[in-house]
Write a protein that binds this ligand. Structure first.
Ligand SMILES: [Fe+2]
Length: 402
């Protein structure tokens, strides 16, 4: 019986099959060596109850199609690149992996910028480089002595990385070559088997890389259009023009810390960007009024939550989670919020409510200086003690707050 593809080694008593990994999990005196950080502990539990002596592990070469197929679950380019890097580097025991995609007359090196930002930075790489040679010759090449290779130092400089040795292979989408996969820095140099593994892997990932790259570009374009629309609303109000963007970024960071899936994170980001969209329906005479509001005017201001939910419900691809951010970001868990005074608030509503207050108080407004982060967190903590905000979310905000 073979273990799942993500188990690369099994250590039990004097027996060791497969190879070692930097990621391990011990259960019943059996040490499982794993391909990456995410694994299924219940599968390991079942395996540990089997006759462990009879369980084999796949050969690395046979493991590659499974790894490539598993990449399909990555929706964002940053996660896809991270997954490629983590899995293949652990398998080959190398330090880093780079993906370069071909664009008109040069290759674009893709790297993720900022730990959680998910933003992709493209660095143009000339065709006279190692990657360019691999692409043009359509050959898998190993350079264990980097001084003898046409190494392009621009990427090292930009990514603050020192390349020692490289194995690279052309990436294909169907029969068409679309880029280059490079694996960098293996302690004692890359073997022929490493090169064959990389070649096989690079042949399988092109389609997914291209479609994710295209989707990311479309999604960024779509987000920037929405953002410029809500920025106009923010500017109309007394907010800084970055309010909706800030709320979206921080809400996403909180969601990441909570371990939400990529799909849910994407929805949370949209919900947060659009949380105040209903202000479009509030007249200037009330929204911009100096001095105290009458009860009637205050009710109208409060209705921006309902108007926002109505606007969003008319968009075809929204769902009730995205709408809940607009509808519930002024609700409080003790029922003291608006528009409904409800206590049972959705996850998006609970997150955005906290971040909305945090950004409003830490931002400079025409009538006030920014409050220090510590002061705002302490206010939020006190309010969460009173039962207004979700304590767990306030705690996460304290950890990640910019
Ligand atoms: Fe609001």
């Amino acid at each position: 019986m073979y273990a799942p593809y993500w188990i690369i080694g099994i250590e039990y008593k004097d027996r060791f099959v497969g190879k070692k990994s930097r990621y391990t999990y011990k259960i019943n005196n059996i040490v499982f060596h794993l391909l990456g950080k995410d694994f299924n502990a219940s599968v390991l539990k079942i395996l540990s109850n089997e006759e462990i002596e009879n369980i084999k592990v796949l050969d690395d070469f046979d493991r590659i199609p499974y790894i490539a197929a598993n990449l399909n679950s990555s929706i964002r380019l940053s996660t896809l690149l991270r997954n490629i890097q983590e899995k293949i580097c652990n398998l080959i025991d190398a330090e880093a992996a780079s993906v370069l995609l071909y664009k008109e007359d040069h290759l674009e090196f893709l790297s993720t910028v900022g730990k959680a930002s998910g933003k992709i930075e493209s660095i143009p790489v000339p065709m006279e480089s190692i990657a360019g040679t691999i692409f043009l010759k359509e050959k898998t090449l190993v350079f264990n002595d980097i001084t003898k290779a046409p190494h392009f130092k621009g990427v090292d400089k930009a990514s603050k990385f020192k390349t020692e040795n490289i194995v690279g292979a052309p990436i294909y989408s169907g029969d068409k070559k679309v880029g280059v996969l490079e694996i960098l820095n293996k302690k004692d140099g890359f073997s022929q088997k490493d090169a064959e593994i990389i070649e096989k892997f690079a042949k399988l990932i092109g389609k997914k890389l291209l479609s994710t790259w295209e989707l990311e570009k479309m999604s960024n374009l779509f987000k920037s259009i929405i953002l410029s629309f809500v920025t106009m609303i923010d500017k109309r109000d007394k907010y800084t023009h970055t309010h909706s963007n800030n709320v979206a970024k921080i809400s996403r960071l909180i969601g990441e810390k909570m371990g939400l899936s990529e799909n849910i994170l994407e929805q949370l980001e949209y919900s947060a960007i659009l949380h105040d969209v209903g202000k479009i329906g509030i007249p200037d005479s009330i929204l911009l009024k100096q001095g105290n509001l009458t009860d009637e005017e205050y009710k109208i201001i409060q209705s921006h939550t309902i108007i926002g939910a109505e606007i969003l419900s008319k968009i075809r691809y929204t769902n009730k989670d995205i709408i809940s951010g607009a509808l519930e970001h002024h609700e409080r868990l003790d029922g003291s919020g608006y528009p409904c005074g409800k206590k049972d608030i959705s996850l998006f509503g609970r997150i955005i409510a906290i971040v909305d207050v945090y950004d409003a108080l830490t931002a400079k407004r025409p009538y006030k200086e920014p409050w220090p982060k510590e002061k705002v967190i302490s206010i939020l903590k006190k309010d969460s003690e009173k039962g207004k905000f979700d304590k767990k979310i306030v705690k996460i905000l304290e950890e990640i707050a910019p």
